[in-house]
Design a binder for this molecule. Structure first.
Ligand code: ADP
Length: 316
C-alpha cells in the first residue's frame, strides 16, 4: 500500500463548552484535544489503515505526549515528530458564536511547531513515502516551507504524487512568502482539494468550471471541491462527478475538511473510482462534523461501512 506523509503543525485545541462571544471573561472550557490540520489528516489516514506519517514537532510537555500517543495508537508513523527541548506544544483556543462563526486564539508561530524542519528522522520518513499531502495552514514558517519543497522534490523524483489542500485562513495570505509557497505547492500538485471559493485564489477565472479547466490545463490531474453541507465534486478531464453530503447534525465543523481529504486521498491512492471515493470521503466528513473535538470524529473503515450500511449504501 502507498505511504502518505504530511508536514505541519500538531497542536492541542481547547474549546468553550457553550457558544459565546469570545474569551474576554472567564468561561468553562473543555480540552485539551489533539489537533492541527495536518495531524487530523494523518490520524484519519491512519485510522483507514493506510501507511502514513507526519513530520512535525511538539514540546517536551503533556500536550505533546497526548498528541504523539494518539497518533501512534491510531497507527501513524510518529518517528519524525521532533520533541523540542524548550518551546511548548502549539495550542488553539476556540469559541463558537451563536451565528456559527468561530473565534480563535492561536499559539502556534512561537511554539514547537515553528521549529519543524527536515531532521534526519524526517528525511528518513520522506524516503519511505509515496505521496505527500500539503496543507496551506502549515506554510507559516520558512523551515516548514523549505521542508515541504525538499520533500516534494524527493517524492516527485521517484514518481510519487502530491495532493494539496489550501486550507488557508484569510489572515495568513499576507504572511511574507505565503503566496510563493502556495504557488509552488500548486505547481507540483496532482490532486488539488480546495473548499468553497478557495479555488479562485489560484486562478484568473472567476467562474468555477472555467477555474477548474484552467487548473487541469496547467497539469493538475484532478480537482476535488469540498462544499460543506452540500457535499463535494470531483473534476478531471472527463468532467464533474458530484456527490451530495449525508444529512447529519453538525456539532463541530473543525476537522471535517481534513478528515474528508484523508479519506479521499486514501481511496484515490487505492485506485478507487471517483464516485465511490467521494461517497467514502463524504461519509468521513459527515462523521467528523457530528462529534465535538477536532480529531474526535475521525473514523475507521469499519465505522464508515456501518455509517453507509445504515443508509443502505456500501463503501468498497
Ligand atoms: P473545510 O473544512 O475544508 O472547509 P468542508 O466544510 O467543505 O471542508 O467539509 C468537508 C466535507 O465534510 C464536505 O465536503 C462534506 O463531505 C462534509 N461535511 C461538512 N459539513 C457537513 C455537514 N454540515 N453535513 C454533512 N457533511 C458535511
Amino acid at each position: 500500500m502507498k505511504k502518505i506523509i504530511t508536514i505541519g503543525e500538531i497542536v492541542v485545541e481547547i474549546m468553550a463548552v457553550e457558544t459565546g462571544n469570545g474569551f474576554r471573561s472567564a468561561i468553562p472550557l473543555i480540552g485539551p484535544f489533539a489537533s492541527g490540520a495536518p495531524a487530523i489528516f494523518i490520524d484519519q489516514a491512519a485510522k483507514l489503515g493506510q501507511p502514513c506519517g507526519i513530520v512535525s514537532a511538539v514540546g517536551n510537555d503533556d500536550f505533546g505526549v497526548l498528541n504523539v500517543e494518539r497518533l501512534r495508537n491510531d497507527g501513524a508513523d510518529v518517528s519524525a515528530i521532533a520533541v523540542h527541548p524548550t518551546a511548548a506544544t502549539g495550542s488553539a483556543f476556540v469559541c463558537y458564536r451563536p451565528d456559527g462563526n468561530r473565534d480563535f486564539i492561536f499559539n502556534i508561530k512561537h511554539s514547537a511547531c515553528s521549529a519543524i524542519g527536515l531532521t534526519p528522522a524526517a528525511e528518513a520518513l520522506v524516503e519511505t513515502a509515496d505521496h505527500l499531502h500539503i496543507m496551506g495552514s502549515a506554510l507559516f514558517s520558512d523551515g516548514i516551507v523549505a521542508a515541504i519543497h525538499e520533500a516534494t522534490r524527493g517524492i516527485k523524483a521517484k514518481g510519487g504524487t502530491v495532493s494539496f489542500d489550501p486550507n488557508i485562513r484569510k489572515e495568513m495570505l499576507d504572511l511574507p512568502g505565503m503566496r510563493e509557497a502556495l504557488g509552488h505547492a500548486l505547481e507540483n500538485t496532482d490532486l488539488f482539494m480546495p473548499s468553497g471559493d478557495e479555488i479562485f485564489l489560484f486562478t484568473r477565472a472567476t467562474e468555477e468550471k472555467a477555474a477548474v479547466a484552467e487548473l487541469l490545463a496547467r497539469g493538475i490531474k484532478a480537482v476535488v471541491i469540498k462544499r460543506g453541507a452540500k457535499g463535494a465534486s470531483y473534476f478531471d478531464v472527463s468532467g464533474e462527478t458530484l456527490a451530495p453530503a449525508f444529512k447529519v447534525e453538525e456539532v463541530d465543523p473543525t476537522g471535517a475538511g481534513d478528515s474528508f481529504g484523508a479519506a479521499f486521498v486514501t481511496c484515490w491512492l487505492r485506485g478507487m473510482a471517483a464516485d465511490k471515493a467521494l461517497v467514502i470521503a463524504n461519509a468521513t466528513g459527515a462523521r467528523a462534523v457530528g462529534v465535538k473535538g477536532p480529531m474526535e470524529g475521525t473514523s475507521s473503515m469499519t465505522e464508515i461501512e456501518a455509517f453507509l450500511a445504515a443508509r443502505n449504501l456500501s463503501g468498497v
